[in-house]
Design a protein around this ligand. Structure first.
Ligand SMILES: *Cc1c(COP(=O)(O)O)cnc(C)c1O
Length: 372
C-alpha cells in the first residue's frame, strides 16, 4: 500500500512525548535495569525506525522486534545497537542472523540441535547470541522443563556457532490487579535462574505492565506500550508515573452538506437523518485501519463530539455536524481538541478490543508525521 501524503489524513507522532515517557521510565526503573525499546509491528503503528532512534537517544540500550525483517529494517536505518528478535527464527536464516548480529530466542533443545547442524554444514563468522526463553506460564514459546533448560545451557557453551547472552520469560497477567499468577511465574523463573551455573549477560522478564506494577527479576526491561504513552491495562490500573500518548490521528472535512430529514447515509443505507442535518465527509476509512465497527463512534470537530453516521467505507466516513462548518475544518479522530480528547483506548473499548490492536491496525496509507 502506498502512503498517501497528498491527503489531510495523518498520524501525528509527538517525539517529545516519547522522550518524556523514557524520562519517566528512568526515574522509576531499578538502576541496574537496562531498557530495550520494543518497536515490533512498526513501533505499534508509530513507526519503528524513528521511535527506535528516539528511545536510543534517550537511554535505551537496545531494541526488540518480532521478526527478522523488522530487525533488518533497523540495521538498514543505521541502528547499530543490540536488536533482540522475540519470535522463533527458522534455523535456515541463521547466517543472516549472524551477519546482522541479531540476538534471538532459544525455546527448545530440538531447535538447538537443528541450528547446530546448520552451523556444521555452513559455518558463520560471528557466534549468534541466544536468549533462553522460559515458559513460566504464558504457554507461548520457551522451555517448560527445567532439566532441559540446564542441558541446553551447558550445550551452548560447547558450540562454536552460539553463545548464551540472556535468559527471559514473559508474564501473561502483569496488567491485572491480582498479582498472584505473575508471582507464580516469577517464582518459577527465579528457580531456574538460581539453578544456572553462571548468569548470562541479560536476565529479563519485565514488559511495560510488570515495570509499572510488579516486582520482576532481571536487569533488562522490554518496554513496549508505555514507551508510546499508553497504559498497558487500558483504564483498569493507574500508572505510578505519567504516560503521555504520542499518537494523534487528524484529518479535515472534505465536503459539508445540509440534508433533509429522512436522508439515507452510506452503504446499506443504515442511517437515516432524524431531522434536517449537516453531514460532513472525512477522507479516512477501513483501509487506513479505521475499522467498520467504529460506526456510531465519534470524532472531534470544532470542540464537538460528532457521531460517525452510516457505515465506515474503505476510504471515507460521514459524520453528523452540530451546525454548518467549512470544508477543511480540522478533525481529530485520536488525540485532543481543546478540553476534549479521544484516546486509543476509547476506540478500542468501543469496538471490543485493546488499544495495542487499534494502534497496530493503522495502515501504511497513513503518513506518520513526527513533531518536535
Ligand atoms: C510485545 C512484547 C513485549 C512488550 O510488551 P508491552 O506490553 O508492549 O510492554 C515484551 N516482551 C515480549 C516477549 C513481547 O512479545
Amino acid at each position: 500500500m502506498v502512503t498517501s501524503y497528498h491527503r489531510p489524513t495523518q498520524l501525528i507522532i509527538d517525539s517529545e512525548a516519547i522522550r518524556q515517557n523514557m524520562h519517566h521510565l528512568h526515574t522509576h526503573r531499578r538502576p541496574e535495569e537496562e531498557v530495550f525499546a520494543v518497536v515490533k509491528a512498526n513501533g505499534y503503528g508509530h513507526g519503528a525506525v524513528p521511535i527506535a532512534k528516539i528511545a536510543l537517544e534517550e537511554g535505551a540500550t537496545g531494541c526488540c522486534v518480532a521478526t527478522i525483517d523488522e530487525a533488518i529494517e533497523l540495521r538498514e536505518a543505521g541502528i547499530q545497537a543490540p536488536v533482540l528478535i522475540l519470535g522463533i527464527v527458522d534455523p535456515q536464516y541463521l547466517a543472516l542472523i549472524s551477519q546482522y548480529r541479531f540476538s534471538i530466542p532459544l525455546a527448545t533443545s530440538q531447535w538447538l540441535r537443528e541450528a547446530n547442524k546448520t552451523y556444521q554444514q555452513t559455518p558463520w563468522e560471528n557466534p549468534i547470541a541466544l536468549h533462553l526463553a522460559i515458559d513460566t506460564g504464558m504457554g507461548r514459546i520457551g522451555f517448560t522443563n527445567q532439566a532441559e533448560v540446564l542441558q541446553s545451557y551447558e550445550t551452548i557453551d560447547e558450540l562454536a556457532g552460539f553463545f548464551c547472552e540472556g535468559i527471559f520469560t514473559h508474564f501473561s497477567t502483569a496488567d491485572e490487579a491480582d498479582q498472584s499468577y505473575t508471582n507464580e511465574q516469577n517464582q518459577r523463573f527465579k528457580a531456574i535462574i538460581a539453578s544456572l551455573p553462571k548468569r548470562p549477560r541479560y536476565i529479563h522478564s519485565a514488559n511495560s505492565a510488570s515495570e509499572l506494577w510488579q516486582e520482576s527479576e532481571g536487569n533488562l526491561v522490554r518496554y513496549g506500550i508505555s514507551l508510546y504513552g499508553l497504559n498497558p491495562s487500558g483504564n483498569a490500573l493507574d500508572s505510578p508515573y505519567p504516560l503521555i500518548p504520542a499518537l494523534s490521528l487528524v484529518s479535515e472535512l472534505v465536503q459539508v452538506k445540509q440534508v433533509p430529514k429522512g436522508t439515507k447515509i452510506g452503504y446499506g443505507a443504515t442511517y437515516q437523518t432524524l431531522d434536517t442535518e449537516w453531514i460532513g465527509t472525512i477522507p479516512i476509512g477501513y483501509a487506513d485501519g479505521f475499522v467498520r465497527k467504529l460506526q456510531g463512534f465519534h470524532v472531534l470537530i470544532d470542540n464537538h463530539y460528532c457521531e460517525i453516521v452510516g457505515r465506515v467505507c474503505m476510504d471515507q466516513i460521514m459524520v453528523r455536524l452540530p451546525y454548518e462548518l467549512p470544508v477543511k475544518e480540522p478533525v481529530v479522530l485520536v488525540g485532543t481538541m481543546g478540553e476534549k480528547s479521544i484516546e486509543l483506548v476509547d476506540l478500542a473499548t468501543y469496538i471490543g478490543t485493546i488499544h495495542y490492536e487499534v494502534a497496530c491496525l493503522f495502515s501504511e496509507r497513513l503518513p506518520r508525521i513526527y513533531k518536535h
